[in-house]
Design a protein around this ligand. Structure first.
Ligand code: WTA
Length: 654
C-alpha cells in the first residue's frame, strides 16, 4: 500500500477488532480490567501465585514514595521458579530453548532437564570462584546458551547479575564493572556475526586493567581463537564448569533480594545502574508474558528477537518465558546472517508461534522486500509483538500483512529498563489494535498523560506519560544512588513516575507513544544519551566542543548527528575534514560502542548558544532534520545557525 492510500485507509478503519477465533481461546477475558481496577494490590498478590514461594508473602505493597517493596516477607528462588519446578512437575523433556547459531545448520536443543543440570554446574563453578549471595557478577557474552545459564546460576546463588551488551567497548564495560563493584566476569573468547568471528576477551582484558577488584574471569570457548590468559584469574568454562556436579540444592532468598542490575542511558554522561529485585519483577514478567503474549506453554514456540544485553532479553527471553515454562528460540546471529530470509527460515523450521521484536528490525526486513517472508511457510505464527520505540503505521501494516498474514494480532508494548516489564499494551483477544498505538495500561497499572503542570490531558491531546501507582516490577532504584533516583523520575511531577516519554490520548482515549522528550535518543531501539556521546567526543584531544542530537531516520528511528567545533583553526580543520570525521566516529565507537557512532558529524566553527551560554539543541535538531528554523531571538549570533545549515547542506558526512 502506498503511504497516501495507507493514511486514507487508516483514517477510515482506525482499528482492528480482535478476531473471534483469538478471543475464544485467549488466556484472559475482558473482566480482567475491572477485576484489577477494583483492587490493584490484591490483584497483584493473586498474580504472585504464578510463582513457587518457599515462604508465601503475607504483605503485598509497602509504599514510601518513591520507594516501593512488594511481597517483602516472601521467600523464593528465581532459578528454581524458572527451571527446577518444571522438571519436578514432570516436564523435564520439554524444550526450553532451540538455540540457533549464527551459522546455518548449527543448532542445540536444550530441555528444561538439560537447563537444570547446566545451571547447577554453573552455580557450583561460581561458588568455587567465591561468588555468594549479595555479590555482583558481570556478564559480557554473545547470544549463546551459557549466557542464560550464567544469569540463572547467579540468581540461584542470590548474586545479582549485571549483563553488559557485548557490543559495548572495554571502557563502557569497565565503568559498569566498577560502578557496581563486580568481582567476577563471565565472557566468551569471541562471538560470530555473519560467519565472522570477532574477539570479546581482549575487551575484557582491557577493561580489567582498571578494575583491580575483579578476581576471576570465566571464559566460554565459542570461536576458538587465541586468547591472552592471566593465570590464576582466568578459567575456561569447559574446564571449570563441566566438571561440576549436575545437581545443586538451592536456597531461598527474600523477595526483595536484588536479582539484576542493568545499565541504561539517562540524560547525563554516566549510565544508571537500574536494579530489580526478585519477587515483584518475576511476578510481573510472568503475568505480562502470560496475558499479553497469550502463551500456551504446551504448544507455543516463542521467539523474542532481542539481545540478552538489554532488558527485553532479560524479561522476555529469560525470566517471563521460563517462569511460564514455554519453549523458545534463542538466536545468536543477525537478521541477515546466511541471507535475507534467515528469520523466516527459523520461523518455518521451529514453527515459531509468537514473535516479538523492535520496529527498527521490522523496517529493515521490510526494506529487504516481502518476497522473503512470502517465500516461507509462516502459518505457525499466531501473535506478533513490538517493543523499544514508536512504530510507524507503514511498518505496523507490513508486519501485519506480510508476516502475520492479516491474522495475527499485533501487541505494541511500551515499557522501559526501569519498569522491568510491560506497562502498556493491547491484550490480544480483548483490546482492539491500532497501527502505532500501545492502546492501554495493562491490568493493575495506572498510566496517564499530563500537561506541563501535571494535569491529566483530555482525549485528543498530548503531553507527558506518567505512571501514577507503583507496580511490582518497578526498579527499586539506581544502584548506589537513591537521591538520583528521586531526582530523575519523581521530581518533574511530584508523586508520580515520569518516564521521559511524550504521549497522546487519541479521540477514543487510546494511548500513543510519541518518543522521548528528554536528551535520551533511541537509535534502532537502543537507548543512548546525547550527553554521553558529547562526553565521548570532547574526550578526543582535537575537540573543543560538541553538541549531539537525535534526528529522525527512516530505518533506525533516530540517528545521531553531532556538531563539533575543533581546537584547531578553521582553516587547518578544513584541510582533512574527512579524516577528522572518521577518527571521531572511531573514537566514539571505542569509548562507548559502534552503536553510538554518529551517522553524521558536522564540523563547525561555532555552536549556536543562548545568551546564557546554553547550546540550542532544539535548533540543531531542526537543522539536522532540514526543518525551517524557528525562533532564534535568544541566540547570541543567529548567523551561526545559517552557517551550520549551509555545512549540513554541503553533506559533510561519513
Ligand atoms: C521507548 C526497552 C514507543 C521509550 C523495553 C522508552 C517505546 C524507551 C516503546 C525505553 C513502544 C519502548 N512505543 N516507544 N512500544 N517501547 N519505547 O529502557 O522511549 O531500552 O522510554 O527499554 O524506549 O527503552 P529501554
Amino acid at each position: 500500500m502506498t503511504e497516501a492510500r495507507l493514511e486514507a485507509w487508516l483514517a477510515e478503519t482506525r482499528s482492528f477488532a480482535p478476531s473471534s477465533e483469538f478471543t475464544a481461546q485467549a488466556n484472559v477475558g475482558p473482566e480482567i480490567y475491572a477485576e484489577a481496577d477494583a483492587d490493584p494490590v490484591t490483584y497483584w498478590r493473586r498474580q504472585a501465585d504464578r510463582l513457587t514461594w518457599t515462604k508465601e508473602p503475607t504483605v503485598t505493597l509497602e509504599w514510601d514514595l518513591p520507594f516501593a517493596t512488594w511481597f517483602s516477607d516472601g521467600e523464593l528462588n528465581a532459578s528454581y521458579n524458572c527451571v527446577d519446578r518444571h522438571v519436578e512437575a514432570g516436564r523435564g523433556d520439554k524444550v526450553a530453548y532451540h538455540w540457533v547459531a549464527d551459522a546455518e545448520g548449527e543448532t542445540r536443543t536444550i530441555t528444561y532437564a538439560d537447563l537444570q543440570k547446566m545451571v547447577a554446574q554453573a552455580a557450583h563453578a561460581l561458588t568455587e570462584l567465591g561468588v555468594k549471595a549479595g555479590d555482583r557478577v558481570a556478564i559480557y557474552m554473545p547470544m549463546i546458551p551459557e549466557a542464560v545459564v550464567t544469569m540463572l546460576a547467579c540468581a540461584r546463588l542470590g548474586a545479582a547479575h549485571s549483563v553488559v551488551f557485548a557490543g559495548f567497548s572495554a571502557e563502557a564495560l569497565s565503568s559498569r564493572i566498577l560502578d557496581s563493584d563486580c568481582q567476577v566476569v563471565v565472557t566468551a573468547d569471541g562471538a560470530f556475526r555473519r560467519g565472522a568471528a570477532s574477539p570479546l576477551k581482549p575487551a575484557v582484558d582491557d577493561a580489567l586493567k582498571s578494575c583491580p577488584n575483579v578476581r576471576a574471569v570465566l571464559v566460554v570457548r565459542r570461536t576458538g581463537g587465541d586468547v591472552d590468559w592471566v593465570e590464576g584469574r582466568d578459567h575456561w568454562w569447559h574446564e571449570l564448569v563441566e566438571r561440576q556436579s549436575t545437581t545443586h540444592e538451592c536456597q531461598s532468598f527474600p523477595a526483595e533480594q536484588t536479582l539484576l542490575i542493568m545499565y541504561t542511558s539517562g540524560t547525563t554522561a554516566k549510565p544508571k545502574g537500574i536494579y530489580h529485585t526478585t519477587g515483584g519483577y518475576l511476578t510481573q514478567c510472568a503475568t505480562t508474558h502470560w496475558q499479553i503474549f497469550d502463551v500456551k506453554p504446551d504448544t507455543d514456540v516463542c521467539w523474542t528477537a532481542a539481545d540478552i544485553g538489554w532488558i527485553t532479553g532479560h524479561s522476555y527471553i529469560v525470566y517471563g518465558p521460563l517462569v511460564n515454562g514455554v519453549t523458545q528460540v534463542l538466536y545468536e546471529g543477525l537478521p541477515d546472517s546466511g541471507g535475507r530470509d534467515r528469520w523466516w527460515k527459523i520461523i518455518e523450521q521451529f514453527k515459531v508461534s509468537i514473535l516479538y521484536t523492535a520496529p527498527t528490525t521490522i523496517r529493515t526486513l521490510m526494506k529487504w522486500g516481502h518476497e522473503h517472508p512470502e517465500g516461507h511457510d509462516l502459518s505457525s505464527l499466531r501473535l506478533l509483538g513490538t517493543v523499544g520505540e514508536p512504530i510507524n503505521p507503514e511498518a505496523w501494516m507490513w508486519y501485519r500483512e506480510h508476516v502475520g498474514g492479516n491474522r495475527c494480532p499485533i501487541v505494541d508494548t511500551w515499557w522501559q529498563t526501569e519498569t522491568g516489564a510491560i506497562l502498556a499494551s493491547p491484550l490480544p483477544g480483548i483490546t482492539a489494535t491500532k497501527p502505532g498505538a500501545a492502546m492501554h495500561a495493562i491490568p493493575g497499572v495506572s498510566i496517564d498523560v499530563v500537561d506541563n503542570e501535571g494535569h491529566a490531558v483530555g482525549n485528543g491531546e498530548g503531553g507527558y506519560l506518567v505512571v501514577t501507582q507503583p507496580w511490582p516490577s518497578m526498579t527499586r532504584g539506581i544502584y548506589g544512588d537513591p537521591e538520583r533516583f528521586k531526582d530523575v523520575y519523581w521530581k518533574r511531577f511530584p508523586g508520580v513516575y515520569f518516564a521521559g516519554d511524550g504521549a497522546k490520548k487519541d479521540d477514543d482515549g487510546d494511548l500513543w507513544l510519541l518518543g522521548r522528550v528528554d536528551d535520551v535518543m533511541n537509535i534502532s531501539g537502543h537507548r543512548l544519551s546525547t550527553t554521553e556521546v558529547e562526553h565521548a567526543l570532547v574526550g578526543y584531544p582535537l575537540v573543543a566542543e560538541a553538541a549531539v542530537v537525535g534526528a529522525s531516520d527512516a530505518t533506525t528511528g533516530q540517528a545521531i548527528v553531532a556538531f563539533v567545533t575543533l581546537k584547531l583553526s578553521a582553516d587547518e580543520a578544513q584541510r582533512d575534514q574527512a579524516g577528522v570525521i572518521s577518527d571521531l566516529r572511531d573514537h566514539v565507537a571505542k569509548v562507548i560502542s559502534p552503536i553510538a557512532k554518529p551517522r553524521q558529524i558536522i564540523l563547525t566553527p561555532e555552536l549556536p548558544k543562548t545568551r546564557s551560554g546554553k547550546i540550542m539543541r532544539r535548533l540543531l535538531r531542526d537543522v539536522a532534520e532540514n526543518r525551517p528554523l524557528g525562533d532564534v531571538t535568544t541566540l547570541t549570533d543567529p548567523s551561526v545557525v545559517n552557517s551550520i545549515a549551509d555545512l549540513m547542506s554541503q553533506g559533510v558526512e561519513e
